[in-house]
Design a protein around this ligand. Structure first.
Ligand SMILES: Cc1cc2nc3c(=O)[nH]c(=O)nc-3n(C[C@H](O)[C@H](O)[C@H](O)COP(=O)(O)OP(=O)(O)OC[C@H]3O[C@@H](n4cnc5c(N)ncnc54)[C@H](O)[C@@H]3O)c2cc1C
Length: 298
């Protein structure tokens, strides 16, 4: 680990030891990561991945941490943070080229200014390009896959291009080749009227602020919607809306959100998740699947 840390620093990356992941993730829970390394360029990102792939150090890549819960035991090994890889370029052919750490909302704002439509799905989603593609993030009647045309990933020591079809997108799911890391992406948009796009986006955001607990720390939807009922409705029907354990509770505003009401631990969050899963299974015969990614050691 020491040799890797030194190499990362020599490359110019920021390196932080024992970094508390409750500062990184949007739900504000979780123990420390052994090392968080933040590259400043795609070259540095690929350089880090080359080093790690030839070692036995465990590693994970994170974007904004808005769909990730880290266990209280923290993370053994390295977290690579893409948060500085934020370049966004709008080209004359109405495509947007964005690095993996670009924030979806920032891309949306640029496309509105440029009079391009197709990225409105992203209004209110606080993640990055990499996290968004990995999750096939979606809202407002669309998903990232709808406007994605090409993706570049680091795989086995080189950057390769993948077509959208190769990622076989599904509901909040993509199939990246194992061991690959998204480096950048191209989105194909269409000319539109900035004023109309802006009006629609404003409505999406207003609806979100009425129906979701956006002022409290949260991590978006906790569960995927099962086939015949929205997860939020199910949790409400199970009597769990507003139910809390420790500092975490199912939001009063939207029961499929867990909020950190102050001092929550990952263990509180995980206990809530287990409670809802058990009740859904026993009382309704429904297997709830988490949308949020849970990583680290218990
Ligand atoms: C207030 C709020 C509202 C939200 N609303 C929505 C919504 O409406 N719709 C929706 O779909 N989601 C929503 N989310 C969830 C979240 O914002 C999305 O899933 C987002 O796409 C996650 O991006 P991220 O960068 O934060 O991912 P992270 O949490 O950092 O990572 C998520 C997963 O992606 C992987 N990953 C990240 N970067 C890469 C990369 N470069 N290469 C390979 N894998 C990578 C990580 O390893 C991890 O498994 C919401 C979250 C919050 C907090």
């Amino acid at each position: 680990m020491r040799a890797f840390e030194t190499s990362a620093q020599q490359m110019g990356c920021e390196v932080e030891r024992q970094y508390p992941m409750n500062r990184y993730t949007s739900l504000r829970v979780g123990g420390a990561a052994e090392l968080v390394v933040t590259p400043n360029s795609l070259g540095e990102l690929c350089g880090l991945l080359d080093l790690l792939s030839g070692s036995d150090i465990p590693w994970v890549v994170l974007g904004a941490g808005s769909n990730t819960v880290v266990y209280d035991g923290g993370i053994n090994g390295v977290v690579i943070s893409t948060t500085r890889l934020r370049n966004i370029e709008i080209r004359d052919d109405d495509t947007v080229h964005a690095e993996t750490g670009a924030i979806l909302g920032t891309i949306l704002n640029k496309t509105i200014k440029a009079g391009l439509t197709g990225f409105e799905f992203a209004a209110g989603i606080p993640g990055t390009v990499g996290g968004g593609i990995f999750m096939n993030a979606g809202a407002n009647g669309g998903e990232i896959k709808d406007c994605l045309s090409r993706v570049w990933v680091w795989l086995d020591g080189r950057e390769i291009e993948l077509k959208r079809e190769e990622l076989r997108f599904d509901y909040r799911k993509s199939y990246l080749p194992p061991g690959s890391v998204i480096t950048r992406a191209e989105f194909g948009l269409k000319p539109g009227d900035s004023a109309v796009i802006e009006k629609n986006v404003k409505e999406y955001l207003e609806k979100r602020s009425r129906t979701q607990p956006i002022k409290m720390s949260n991590t978006g939807s906790i569960f995927k919607n099962p086939p015949d009922i929205a997860a939020g409705r199910l949790i409400e029907e199970l009597g769990l809306k507003g139910y809390g354990i420790g500092g975490a509770r199912f939001s009063e505003l939207h029961a499929n959100f867990i909020v950190n009401a102050g001092g929550a631990t990952a263990s509180d969050v995980l206990s809530l998740i287990e409670t809802a899963k058990k009740e859904a299974r026993e009382k309704r015969g429904i297997n709830l699947e988490t949308e949020v990614r849970i990583i680290g050691k218990k």
